[in-house]
Design a protein around this ligand. Structure first.
Ligand SMILES: *Cc1c(COP(=O)(O)O)cnc(C)c1O
Length: 390
C-alpha cells in the first residue's frame, strides 16, 4: 500500500510548503478568540463589478453555453482581449493566432514548461517570486535557476550576471512586473534589455503582467510586448483576476508569439477543455465595458497603501511606498528574520503577513502585506503594531 501511494519524484522535488507553520499559528490565534487582520492573501476583497456579474447570469441561463467550449477560447473573447491590449498598450495581435484564453493566468504559467522544457533544460525564475514559475518547471522535469532580486537594483534581475554555462542549458525566462511579492515595477529600458537578452540567448520569454492595471499616483505600467521585436521571443500573461476582482471566476489570457502560444495550446488541448463560455462572455463585458471600476479599485488600494506605509513609518519603520500591485514589501526590523517577525505580528497583534523567505531565499529580510482588507482594518493593524515593543 505504502509503495503505491508514494508521490512521484517530480512531486517530491517540489520545495516544501513554507506557510504550513504560519497557517497553524493563524488557526491557533483564531481558536484563542483573537481578532485576526489578514494581510496574508493576495485576493481582492472587493466584489466583481455588477455589470460583469449580470452578463454572466444572462449567459449562464442560455443552454447554448452549456456545452464544451472551444479549446482556444471563443474568438469573440480573444478579439476583445486583442482590442483591449491595442487600446491599452498600442500593440496589435491577431486574435486567432496571437491570443490564447486561459483558465486564469496561473493555468497558462503552470502549463507552459510542459510544452517546451525537457529534463536537463533550465528555466530562469525570479527569487523572490510567484511560486508557480518554479513549481511548473519542476513538474515538467526542468531545472529552475534563481534570478536574485535585490533592493539595490530595484528588484530587477541582473541578467548579464547569469553564468554562460547556465545559459547554454536555459530555454525559458520568467519575469513579472509589476512584481509579486516585491511590488517593484519595471520601466521600458529594462524590458528592452530583457528582450535583447532573450534574443541573444534564444530564450522563450514569459512575462507575467497580472498586476498591469493595479497602479498608483497616475503611474501606468507598460507591456513588455511594446518592445520592438518582442513578439519574436515573448508572450505576456494577463489576468482578469486582479483587474476586475474576478479571482474566483478563472479567466485570463496570453498574447504574443504565435508559435509559443501554439505549444501552450497543444498542452491545454490534451489536458483541459477551456473556459465556460458564460465566463468568457462576462470576460468580454469586463474588457469592453466601462473601465471606471478599475480606477476606483486602484483608488481604494492607494488609500490603504498610504495608511499602512505612512502609519508604519510614523512609528519608526522604514517602508517604501509601492507604485503598483496591491502588496507592500516591508523590510524586517533589525534582529528579526522574516519568519520571526511574521510570528510575532500574528501571535501578539493578530496580524497575518507572509514571510518573504516563502517566496524564495532572497525574499529573506522582508515580509509581504496584502492591501486586501478595508482601510479601517489597516488603520487598526498599524495601531496594534504601535502597541508592540519593538
Ligand atoms: C494572482 C497572480 C497570478 C494568477 O492569477 P490568475 O487568477 O490565475 O489569473 C499570476 N501571477 C501573479 C504574480 C499573481 O500574483
Amino acid at each position: 500500500m505504502e509503495k503505491r501511494i508514494l508521490h512521484a519524484s517530480r512531486l517530491r522535488q517540489l520545495p516544501p510548503y513554507l506557510f504550513v507553520e504560519i497557517d497553524r499559528l493563524k488557526l491557533e490565534a483564531v481558536e484563542r478568540g483573537m481578532d485576526i487582520i489578514d494581510l496574508g492573501v493576495g485576493d481582492p476583497d472587493l466584489p466583481t463589478p455588477p455589470h460583469i456579474v449580470k452578463r454572466m447570469a444572462e449567459a449562464a441561463a442560455d443552454p447554448r453555453h452549456h456545452r464544451y467550449p472551444s479549446y482556444e477560447g471563443l474568438l469573440a473573447f480573444r478579439r476583445a482581449a486583442a482590442e483591449w491590449y491595442r487600446d491599452r498598450f498600442g500593440v496589435v495581435f491577431d486574435p486567432a493566432r496571437e491570443v490564447l484564453t486561459l483558465i486564469g493566468s496561473k493555468e497558462g504559467i503552470g502549463h507552459i514548461p510542459l510544452a517546451f522544457i525537457d529534463p536537463g533544460d533550465t528555466v530562469l525564475v525570479p527569487d523572490p517570486g510567484y511560486p508557480v514559475y518554479q513549481a511548473a518547471t519542476v513538474l515538467a522535469g526542468g531545472t529552475p535557476h534563481s534570478l536574485p532580486l535585490y533592493p539595490s537594483n530595484g528588484f530587477l534581475p541582473d541578467l548579464e550576471s547569469i553564468p554562460l554555462d547556465v545559459l547554454r542549458k536555459t530555454k525559458m525566462l520568467f519575469l513579472n512586473y509589476p512584481n509579486n511579492p516585491t511590488a517593484a515595477v519595471a520601466h521600458m529600458e529594462f524590458f528592452v534589455q530583457a528582450v535583447d537578452f532573450a534574443r541573444r540567448h534564444q530564450l522563450i520569454l514569459c512575462h507575467d503582467a497580472a498586476y498591469s492595471e493595479i497602479a498608483f499616483d497616475g503611474f501606468r505600467p507598460q507591456s513588455l510586448l511594446e518592445v520592438e521585436g518582442a513578439k519574436e521571443v515573448a508572450i505576456e500573461y494577463h489576468s482578469l483576476s486582479k483587474t476586475y476582482n474576478m479571482t474566483g471566476w478563472r479567466i485570463g489570457f496570453a498574447v504574443g508569439n504565435a508559435e509559443i502560444l501554439a505549444g501552450l495550446g497543444k498542452v491545454k488541448t490534451n489536458l483541459d477543455s477551456g473556459v465556460f463560455e458564460a465566463i468568457q462572455l462576462a470576460g468580454i463585458e469586463a474588457l469592453r465595458g466601462p473601465q471606471d471600476c478599475v480606477a476606483a479599485h486602484c483608488k481604494v488600494y492607494q488609500e490603504r497603501r498610504d495608511v499602512l506605509v505612512e502609519g508604519l513609518n510614523g512609528i519608526g519603520w522604514n517602508v517604501p511606498k509601492p507604485q503598483a500591485s496591491f502588496y507592500v514589501w516591508i523590510p524586517v526590523l533589525p534582529g528579526y528574520t522574516s519568519t520571526n517577525l511574521v510570528k510575532r505580528l500574528l501571535g501578539e497583534a493578530g496580524i497575518v503577513t507572509t514571510p518573504g523567505v516563502g517566496f524564495g531565499q532572497h525574499g529573506e529580510g522582508f515580509i509581504r502585506a496584502a492591501l486586501t482588507v478595508p482601510v479601517a482594518r489597516i488603520r487598526e493593524a498599524v495601531e496594534r503594531v504601535g502597541t508592540l515593543n519593538f
